[in-house]
Design a protein around this ligand. Structure first.
Ligand code: ADP
Ligand code: MG
Length: 653
């Protein structure tokens, strides 16, 4: 029964001038149960032949029948299955994975074909090679001979058609050498086909057939102990590639391999995790800070009331250097009246004055800002009292000494005491506290709750001594009426004060609060975009860090990749393993980053008192994004790893 038959195999290394014909028209047939030694001087092509036989390297030309099936035209993936199931390769350098126990090393091929649950088989194989008491030791705790026995056990895990051993005793002392050769003798007696490369006659003496090579050609082929008829007639069912069941590696196996690799390179994994961690933490904290700021700005904007226009005397252009000498209008109650009656586009009008006053309650003093207004203030400025009541039209008419306090003023003067009904002194006059104004929050510039409010008449004639109104708040009937209302206001004020169009520019000004709102909103939007782009850049940097580490990892683990491929891993297996590794790293970085980001945000709130708002969206997107970073930046290194040719990868130093 022919196990291996090759016809006219050629293999040439290099192109152009320095061309090495490592194999020249090599043809050979090997029967089931044979023990063949391949001998020859160094460089004669022995290893090249073994690599071709072991499906580790593709020949330039020729035919290869493995167990009766032509395999030289099969795909890489089909070769991976054959390497995994039908061939047991033993290397001179053992090629065990350093950070895995002997048992895990023997079980490694099970991951790529078969079932990792068959680990018991790995135990049996280790017992077969006499290492049942060393199963849980890592390779560096084993002698060379023991390591090679582990490698033989690994080669046997899938009960292969043939064992290929390239100078398996080349790195061993004479005692270990005898152990390994004894092992091969035993396996051969049990019916295993064995092909062994050696340059030592005493090793070759164990074989029943010796093939000698020189310059890529077979120059002699002698059988010392011919196979018995029994042995010749042994029939094993042919392995049909199409029938070979290949269990796909399961997700857990991949993850397991990735975690093992990360644990094996703790520092490296930590550093790449750190990159993503800092990026994500920065994103979370910055976005939290940004949306906190945005929220407080929005709150302040809402305190302005909606669809609001403000009429003020003087010109906005008079700030700075203005040489215009137009008349400045003094606003009066008549103006306010005219505005509220003169336009359909206007809903409410609220005249206002302001100034600073000194408050006294008991032994407490406080300097604050005062606003005087009409009762319309409550609607126009969204200022319904949170306790007590607003003043009435009667109280405005009679210049009553009643006052509403902002929350900060309450805190300063009354602390926890209820202020409603109490009497305070304002610039030495007694006032009754009738209500508390709603909180509008502290802006970056000033505390909007550090204020008091009273009837405009009281403020003008009893407290501030003003003759004219400072400004008139005008509320349009709706957002679409703001612009027409503005035109109406100009027209009415001009008529009231007999202004010419020439005066218009300097006499008074109208501020459109909707415009201000829009400006503020667009500036917060710009801030948000800025924060977003900084965050994206930091994640990008983190991602490049991961790619860097993964590339280093691929280079450093080239031999590991080669070995995994030699044991039956296909491109997809290698790629998936590396991808999962990088996704896992960035995901861990992402999750830690989220926690640290939330921690930083909380600290900022506690320490600086800034409004900070951690959003679910930013947590969610940071997680997804960090996984994507792992995927995208891991993709290239993973592809590089998967494309490696097994034998070149194994030879990599
Ligand atoms: P042996 O195992 O008998 O010592 P090899 O099969 O390793 O010999 O090598 C056969 C010839 O091919 C040698 O001349 C060697 O230099 C050459 N060779 C082997 N591998 C490569 C390679 N990857 N690139 C170029 N030349 C190679
Ligand atoms: Mg060699």
């Amino acid at each position: 029964m022919k196990i291996i038959e090759i016809k006219k195999i050629n293999k040439t290394y290099g192109t152009g001038k320095i061309e090495v014909r490592a194999l020249q028209d090599v043809s050979v047939t090997i029967q089931q149960g044979e023990f063949v030694a391949i001998m020859g001087a160094s460089g004669s092509g022995k290893s090249t032949l073994m690599h071709v036989l072991g499906l580790l390297d593709r020949p330039g030309s020729g035919e290869y029948f493995l167990n009766g099936q032509e395999v030289s035209k099969l795909s890489d993936n089909e070769w991976a299955v054959l390497r995994n199931q039908s061939i047991g390769f033993v290397f001179q350098q053992f090629h065990l994975l350093a950070r895995m126990s002997a048992l895990d090393n023997v079980a490694l091929p099970l991951i790529y074909g078969g079932d990792i649950r068959l680990k018991d088989n790995a135990r049996l194989r280790l017992k077969d090679v006499g290492l049942e008491d060393r199963m849980n030791h890592n390779p560096n705790e084993l002698s060379g001979g023991q390591q090679q026995r582990v490698a033989v056990a690994r080669a046997l895990i899938h009960d292969p058609l043939v064992i290929l051993a390239d100078e398996p005793t080349g790195n061993l002392d004479s005692k270990s050498k005898e152990e390994i050769l004894g092992l091969f003798d035993k396996l051969n007696q049990e019916g295993k086909t064995i092909i062994i490369v050696t340059h030592e006659q005493e090793v070759a003496n164990h074989a029943k057939r010796v093939i000698v090579m020189r310059d890529g050609k077979i120059i002699s082929d002698k059988t010392s102990t011919p196979l018995s008829n029994n042995e010749k007639n042994l029939v094993i069912p042919p392995t049909q590639i199409t029938n070979v069941k290949r269990n796909n590696m399961k997700f857990l196996d991949y993850t397991n391999q990735a975690v093992t690799a990360m644990i094996a390179h703790k520092m490296r994994a930590f550093l790449s995790i750190l990159g993503i961690l800092i990026g994500v933490a920065a994103v979370i904290a910055m976005v939290a800070l940004g949306s906190g700021a945005q929220e407080s700005i929005e709150k302040q904007l809402s305190s302005l009331g909606s669809n609001l226009l403000v009429v003020m005397p003087g010109s906005s252009k008079s700030h700075g250097v203005s040489l215009q000498t137009g008349a400045t209008t003094n606003l009066t109650f008549q103006d306010a009246d005219a505005l509220s009656k003169g336009s359909e586009n206007i809903d409410r009008v609220s005249p206002a004055v302001s100034g600073r006053v000194q408050l006294v309650y008991g032994n407490k003093n406080w300097n604050t800002s005062l606003e005087g207004s009409s009762t319309n203030y409550e609607q126009v400025r969204a200022a319904t009292p949170i306790a007590g009541r607003f003043f009435t039209d009667e109280e405005v008419k009679s210049r009553s000494k009643v006052v509403l306090l902002g929350t900060s003023v309450v805190k300063q003067l009354f602390d926890t005491e209820n202020p409603i009904g109490k009497t305070i002194k304002i610039n030495l006059n007694n006032f009754q506290v009738i209500g508390i104004l709603p909180s509008h929050g502290a802006s970056t510039f000033r505390d909007q709750d550090d204020t008091i409010l009273m009837p405009i008449t009281t403020a003008m004639y009893r407290v501030l001594g003003k003759q004219y109104i400072d400004d008139i708040y005008v509320q349009a009937r709706g957002p679409e009426f703001v612009d027409p209302a503005q035109d109406d206001i100009s027209r009415i004020i001009e008529r009231q004060h007999h202004l010419t169009t020439k005066d218009e520019d300097t006499a008074f000004q109208i501020r459109n609060m909707s415009d201000i709102k829009q400006a503020l909103e667009s500036s917060t939007k710009t801030m948000g975009m800025l924060i977003g782009s900084i965050a994206a850049i930091s994640l990008l940097v983190g991602g490049i860090g991961i790619m860097n580490i993964m590339l280093v990892s691929v280079t450093e683990r080239t031999r590991e990749i080669g070995l995994r491929k030699a044991l039956g891993a296909n491109n997809k297996d290698v790629m998936t393993q590396f991808l999962i590794e990088s996704i896992l790293m960035s995901l861990i970085g992402g999750i830690l980053g989220i926690m640290i980001g939330i921690g930083i945000s909380t600290l900022i709130t506690l320490a600086a008192g800034w409004a900070v708002k951690v959003s679910i969206v930013s947590i969610f997107s940071a997680t997804i994004f960090s996984m994507l970073v792992g995927l995208v930046f891991g993709l290239w290194p993973a592809r590089q790893a998967s494309k490696l040719n097994p034998i070149e990868a194994l030879r990599y130093e």
